[in-house]
Design a protein around this ligand. Structure first.
Ligand code: PRT
Ligand code: ZN
Length: 287
């Protein structure tokens, strides 16, 4: 029997879409995304996908039922503090924060000394309080943490925040960030060599997909007299490709630019005399 890697992903929730999209962009085909599926086998890569609740993923990986998993770092560390994080995936970014009622005055973390805090992340919170020499009473609850202060269960909460609108609509304010999280790939300890090889193959593809997503291919025309100035603006992988155009005294320049710098660069290129600028998505980018 050929070896396969078992990948645990969230069945339905905030991580599901991006996790499956990433696997697909890596060229791994596991059929349609019919709901209710618990398992799917890839037809063109030695992998099997298990669809699970996110909370169960670290445990399944720790027990070796799944070889690797995609999960929020918050859940990975809370459930299994020594988990192996093999890759930070960059999506589903959020933070675990302490929040208190809007009307309360806040000075610093010592305000929580001896107080009740409701959370679904008792371990992450406990570590943070310990590191900061504060002792509080942690109440573990599994959902609707944000209503705890208004029903008198706790003075403050420690919960996942993304936009902050949930806190706001519950009359709470964020006062400390306990942990910053993003989706991560975790793996079991001591994967057999063959599975480790498959994992490396997968990570190679993920890197290629993600660097392609962060970059754009750019083509432009410029008078030869402007080439030196334009080359200074283009931070290509090595140096830009420069090709002569049929029109005398003009060239075409090709390069790769980072999405973050995109608009600044375009503006500078135009000011430097670039014309006919084309920006094209890159499908895969290797090395
Ligand atoms: O059913 P299952 O157990 O699999 O899923 P779940 O409901 O436990 O998890 P899910 O799908 O809600 O979240 C999965 C992971 O997404 C989390 O573990 C985080 O790593 C990440 N993530 C990113 C978030 C958020 N953003 C987020 N905003 N997880 C939860 N929230 C919740 C938060 O709990 C709070 O209720 O959204 C609310 C806050 O959002 P804002 O935008 O109002 O601040
Ligand atoms: Zn969950």
């Amino acid at each position: 029997m050929t070896n396969k890697i078992r990948i645990a992903v969230q069945k339905s929730g905030r991580l599901s879409e991006a996790s499956l999209a990433l696997i697909k962009e890596c060229g791994i085909d596991f059929g349609g995304t019919g709901t209710g599926r618990l398992k799917a086998e890839a037809s063109n890569f030695p992998a099997e996908i298990l669809f699970l609740r996110d909370d169960d993923i670290p445990g399944y990986v720790a027990d070796g039922v799944a070889d690797i998993g995609i999960v929020g770092e918050n859940v990975a560390i809370e459930k299994s503090p020594n988990t192996n994080i093999v890759y930070r995936l960059g999506f589903s970014k959020c933070r675990l924060s302490l929040a208190i009622p809007k009307g309360e005055i806040y000075t610093n973390l010592t305000d929580f000394e001896g107080k009740d805090i409701a959370t679904s992340y008792p371990k992450l919170l406990q570590n943070y309080l310990k590191e900061n020499n504060v002792s509080a009473k942690i109440h573990e609850i599994s959902g609707s943490v944000e209503i705890a202060p208004s029903i008198g269960l706790a003075y403050g909460i420690c919960d996942i925040v993304s936009s902050g609108s949930t806190l706001l609509s519950n009359g709470l304010k964020e006062v400390e960030v306990v942990f910053r999280s993003e989706a991560v790939m975790i793996s079991a300890d001591n994967l057999p060599a063959e599975k480790q090889k498959i994992l490396e193959k997968l990570l190679f593809r993920i890197r290629a997909v993600q660097s392609a997503q962060k970059n754009k291919y750019i083509l432009l025309n410029a008078p030869n007299s402007q080439i030196d100035e334009i080359v200074q603006i283009l931070p290509g992988i090595k140096s830009p490709t420069i090709l002569p155009l049929a029109v005398d005294g003009w060239s075409s320049l090709h390069s790769v630019i980072n999405e973050d710098d995109f608009w600044d660069i375009i503006e500078n290129l135009k000011n430097a005399g670039a014309e006919g600028i084309l920006v094209i998505p890159i499908e895969k980018m290797i090395g």
